[in-house]
Structure formats: structure tokens, C-alpha cells
Design a protein around this ligand. Sequence first.
Ligand SMILES: [Zn+2]
Length: 408
Amino acid sequence: MSALSVNAARLWSDHMRMAEIGPSPEGGSNRPALSALDAEARALLTAWCFALGLTEERDALANTFYRRAGSAALPAVAFGSHLDTVPTGGRFDGVSGVLAGLEVIRVLAEAGITTKAPLELVNWTNEEGTRFRPAMMGSRVHAGDMTLAEALSVRDDDGISVAQALAAHNLAGPAAPAPRRWAAFLELHIEQGAILESTGQDIGIVTGTVQARYFQITVTGTPSHAGPMSMDRRRDSLAAAAEVILASERVGIAGEPGGRSSTTWITNSPNARGAVANITRLHSDVRHEDPARAAEMQTDFLGAVAEIATRRQLRIDVDPYTTFGPVRFDAKIANTLRTAAQARQMTTRDMLAVAGHDAVMAARVCPAAMLFVPSVGGISHNPGEYSTPEQLAKGAQVLLDAVVALSA
Ligand SMILES: [Zn+2]
């Protein structure tokens, strides 16, 4: 345990200052990746970092690395998260990881301490994947899971490419994204669930992620008139889709506590009053910490879907187009976080992330781990997202102590 303490009031005021950029009417944040607002948020972070004497390096996707020199020629200890938000975002998702990292460096600078290993604070580009798919784009390309050319050519709903958005705000640096010389990558993040709150624990030590399996589903029926066509002869894709949605929910309920499943997206055609729908598309997923159970959930779900298609005499095509995880974080780094929290008399709980995070991508190229701070009510991707100043400060303190331990 270091003798250093984070400044809770400063960490909180940094959050509130950042939330002035892209405020949503309901009190949250709306800062789409590579927008003018994202550029403004990045400029604020850069100003804060320059005031601390850090150097800035950007790669061609605008992943940004703020570096504090160490006293020895060692690999850097890196930490950070993301500043972009979903349209209905809160003030903490991603932001807290960046600002807790900034607070770590502020405390060290104030104390006049130079760590042996250099430190790098990271702001990853487009973690959310809302404007430009896929999620975790910056860290994904950094880790070699997607090429730079592929990422640059991705277009948003208005037809603007990542390359154009980068150019519009002069955000890109010269070098292609690539793994850096890092001893570790740590990410503080809000939990986005309610486990820590319900158990009253201070800090989640994230040991890995669940496995997620994603399905694009197309229900094909027969178009017909909503009046004259008798009920037994119609092949209604929307009614069948309703059953698929409920089956998806049932599989998640049966899969708890380790399992989850959702149907999160739907389009319907012709989506016309007076016409029985004939093409309905859905996006569903199943998630479980145990990959074998995730596979069973998939089998249960697809079995239910096949039964619906047979009974309703229509066609349901399922494309299980991608699987994600499970990822195991580095046990030694996770233990450094756990030890740091316990040394401060904080209670900890080992847990798995049920969402994707930049650390998941970083874990492909260096030892990585995450810590969670509680989310009040488990609310996230919502303007009501909230963690208290004290909860954030506890997390930042653990991050500080772990960074000091790893860079000593
Ligand atoms: Zn996030």
C-alpha cells in the first residue's frame, strides 16, 4: 500500500467538467465517437495531460497515449478506457476509467514521484461501436483483431467513413495501431450491473469475461390481408418473432445466475397497417460464464426456434455469426488489484464482465485486468447512470496503489 491518496473532490469535478461536453437533456452524455464533441473531450483531456508534463502520441485511429517518463528503461504500465458514449449515455461509462487514470498521474506529480517504469494513460477510440461498428474498434485494431484499412472504411448511418471522421477533426496520428511495449494494461470501469451494490462490496476484481453468442434471425412468412385471411392459413412472421423473443427471454431466465439472453433489435416488413407481416428480422444473444452452458443455452434457444417454425409452418433462418469470449485476465495483475484493495480495508469480489471492454482487446497483447466500481441501481447506457464520488475515489485509489506497485 502506497502512502499516496487520491483526491476524491478533484476526481469528481473532472467528471462534471467532462460531462459539460455533449450533455443530454436528461443529464447524461451524448458524445458519439469521432464527432466534434468527441474531439472537444479529447482536447480537454490533452490540455489536462500537457499541464502535467505528459507527452501525447496518437495512432492512425486516434487511440491516444499520454506518457509519463520513468526512471528506468522498462516497459510502460498502461491504464485507461474511453471517452465516447452511446446516445443515451451517462457520465461514467468509460469516462471514469480515463479520469481515474488522470487522477493517478496527478497524485504522483503532486508528490514529486517518478516511477521506475514509464506510465501511459490511454484513451481508446470508439469503444461503444454505436456510430461505427464494431465495438472496441480502437483497441481491437491495436490488438490485431481487425485491420486498420477495415476500420477506416467503416461507415456510419450517414455514410461518413471512419477515415473521413478522423480527417474532419484532425484526430489521426501517423503510426498504424500496434501493440506497444507495456508491462500491463489496467482498466477501471463502472460495473454496469447491480452485483456490487446488492452485496455491499466496494470493488469488483474482474477476472475475465463471459462467453457471448450472437444470432441474426430472419423469420419468413407469407404476405396476406389482415382481414380476409383466416387465422389458420396465415403465416405471420411478426407473431412468430414474438414467440422467438419470449423463447430468448426464457432461455436467459433458465440460465441464471451465470446466464443472460436478450433480443435487442427488430425490423418488420412490410410493417404496414392492414397487412400480415411476412419478413421479420431479429438480433438475439445468449451469454454464460461457462462456455459449455452457453452452448447449451444456444441449443435450447435454437431448439425453441425450430419448434416455432415447424408449428407455424414458416421459415426461420438463424445465422450464429459470431462468438465472443470467454477471456481470462492476467491472474497476477488481478491479484495486484485485489491486494491493493484489501490493504485499504476495502471489500472485493471476483467477478466476470458481461459486456465487452477495451481491456478485453488489450489482454490479447499484454497482461491485462480490470476493476469495477459499483453502479447505483445497476443502471448504465442511461442518463441515470451514477456512481458516488466515494465509490469512484475508492476505485481510483486501488488503481493508484496497483500502478505504484507495478511500476516501482
Ligand atoms: Zn465502457
